[in-house]
Design a protein around this ligand. Structure first.
Ligand code: TEU
Ligand code: CA
Length: 557
């Protein structure tokens, strides 16, 4: 029997504040914008909001580069605004989870500004500095954001490590003082009354101290993943964090775990609770792994049902009883769910979005909804690299198109249109007025032109909208313990068309059958339905057949 916990029973809504709602007309979403829309979120029925970083930051990577952990980003407002948001959320029984980015800081963080001063500076060991090797980088590691992961610093003649951009130097977790600093700032936020942390690339905090060259990636660099993901001391550090901070509060903790395997996840999210509550894995969203990548993560090939199902079913069955899981189709780093896994044509957008939502929300684990997913927001069309704001896109363009010439412009833009992070970062579409009601000024990133039809106002006015479908999925989770705690059993694992499974608990069975395609598909699971239909996205059914993107969820007592 699974141990009960509020964060296992909750549905989380991720907010990317920069793109959610602008309250003061400067074109940038902000904290007051979030506060103003809490009633909307309460109406959806979610239990928790996770805020992507809102700390002081020069915004090289939209807040994932923090220069002050105890202050609010100027564009987003003030600490008073934050306190008001927290109180207003709590009044509505919505908890607030903060993003915690402590694998690296901004290069404008005072720790780093000190660190780079001299080799003797007391902050030197807060970061990872190495001498040149044969006059060049200490090893061949490629940053996740293209180019070498090492940056030479003239002043002291050494390189520092940055797994992400050069404005995101990696902290040196080997240094116990660094760990104390991190635990202190976490404690500071906990004492403010926040309800948890989503921990950015927490699987990367321990590096192999030999810093060996990585396997050749074919683009002149080596893969650092084997030496920076799930490193030698990562579990030790998280257990220490758990003892020092997490265990003293009642928190939701989710580790963003780049490179995590099921075996590793069982440690990070172990049922004894000595590390984290759950982790995000990337197996079903990794472009490079699930299809023919053009280069790196860049691909134009949509993931196939058989691939996605194999991965999700593996995680469902292997974590059972050992670790809690998290469920998501998209976030601020991924393309829009309906565009990637479903069908965003006007004809099938709604049905396929509802099908995807059902397949995810009926699985075991804590579901995450990314802002706009609940109204079926779609990918953007980028016509030029100048339409992009994200440094990952810009750097990849520079490296692959401009410098190396290994991809032509059109192919790269196609890739962007399929998987670029900016697809998820276009402003939230609130209504059909100019800028989709996101801002009265000029939006920092262009609004998707389809806002005239796809927006919150239209969704709220239509009782058959995706919004109300999500609302019902959330209500079901809150009323049927089997949806939270039931065991997962895969069904029809060879089908090319149907994703089906069941959940079982205390003599009850919950059956989920979903047609993943745009045509009718025979399905023996829906021949004669005697149980109670909990939710479906079609008003009428055909015995033995699932209509395009149809899904049925049936409870048998
Ligand atoms: O992302 C970490 C991560 O694993 C990246 O490799 C991510 O998968 C990448 O963006 C995919 O292209 C986290 C944050 O979610 C991301 O927004 C940050 O840019 C990154 O860490 C650095 O903090
Ligand atoms: Ca603003």
């Amino acid at each position: 029997q699974e141990k009960r916990a509020w964060w296992k029973e909750a549905v989380i809504y991720q907010i990317y504040p920069r793109s959610f709602a602008d309250s003061n007309g400067d074109g940038i979403g902000d904290l007051n914008g979030v506060t103003e829309h809490l009633d909307y979120l309460a109406r959806l029925g979610i239990d928790v909001i996770w805020l992507s970083p809102v700390y002081r930051s020069p915004n090289d990577d939209n807040g994932y580069d923090i220069s002050d952990y105890r202050n609010i980003m100027e564009e987003f407002g003030t600490m008073e605004d934050f306190d008001r948001l927290l109180a207003a959320a709590h009044e509505r029984h919505i908890r607030v989870v903060m993003d915690l980015v402590v694998n690296h800081t901004s290069d404008e963080h005072p720790w780093f500004m000190e660190s780079r001063q001299s080799k003797e500076n007391p902050y030197r060991d807060y970061y990872i500095w190495k001498d040149p090797k044969d006059g060049r980088e200490p090893n061949n590691w490629e940053s996740w954001f293209s180019g070498s992961a090492w940056q030479f610093d003239e002043r002291t003649g050494q390189y520092y490590l940055h797994c992400f951009s050069r404005k995101q130097p990696d902290l040196n977790w080997e240094n116990p003082t660094v760990r104390e600093e991190v635990f202190d700032l976490m404690d500071w936020w906990c004492r403010k009354g926040i309800d948890g942390f989503r921990m950015d690339v927490i699987s990367m905090i321990s590096k192999d101290q030999a810093f060996p060259d990585g396997p050749d990636k074919g683009d002149g660099f080596g893969d650092m993943a084997p030496y920076v993901c799930n490193g030698p001391r990562v579990h030790e550090y998280l257990q220490e964090m758990n003892r020092r901070v997490l265990s003293r509060y009642d928190l939701l903790t989710v580790g963003e775990a780049a490179g995590v395997t099921v075996e590793e996840a069982k440690k990070y999210a172990n049922a004894e609770g000595t590390e984290l509550g759950m982790v995000f894995h990337f197996e079903h969203t990794d472009g490079a792994a699930n299809s023919d990548a053009v280069i790196g993560k860049w691909t134009v090939t949509p993931p196939r049902l058989s691939y996605v199902r194999r991965i999700l079913n593996k995680w469902q069955t292997e974590l059972e009883g050992k670790a809690w899981g998290s469920l998501y189709w998209d976030n601020h780093d991924q393309p829009r769910a309906v565009s990637r896994f479903g069908n965003d044509s006007p004809k099938w957008r709604e049905k396929s979005a509802e099908m995807l939502a059902t397949v995810l929300h009926m699985q075991k684990g804590t579901p995450y909804i990314y802002q706009g997913e609940e109204i079926g927001m779609t990918n953007m069309r980028f016509h030029s690299v100048h339409d992009c704001a994200d440094l990952e896109e810009k750097n990849a363009w520079q490296q692959y198109v401009v410098e190396q010439g290994v991809v032509d412009e059109k192919t790269m833009l196609d890739c962007f249109n399929h998987v670029a992070r900016d697809n998820a970062r276009t402003p939230m579409q609130w209504d059909d007025t100019e800028n989709a009601g996101f801002t009265t000024g000029s939006a920092w990133l262009a609004v998707n032109p389809n806002y005239k039809t796809i927006n919150v106002k239209a969704a709220l006015a239509d009782p058959h909208s995706i919004f109300y479908y999500y609302q019902r999925l959330i209500q079901l989770r809150h009323t049927h313990p089997i949806i939270v705690y039931g065991r997962f059993r895969p069904l029809l694992e060879d089908s090319e068309e149907i994703y089906a499974y069941e959940r079982v608990m205390d003599g009850q069975i919950l059956t989920v059958a979903a047609n993943w395609t745009d045509h009718e598909a025979a399905c023996q699971l829906v021949e004669a339905t005697k149980g109670e239909m909990l939710i479906t996205n079609y008003a009428e059914h055909k015995p033995g057949v699932l209509q395009p993107y149809e899904v049925q969820v049936v409870l048998y007592d």
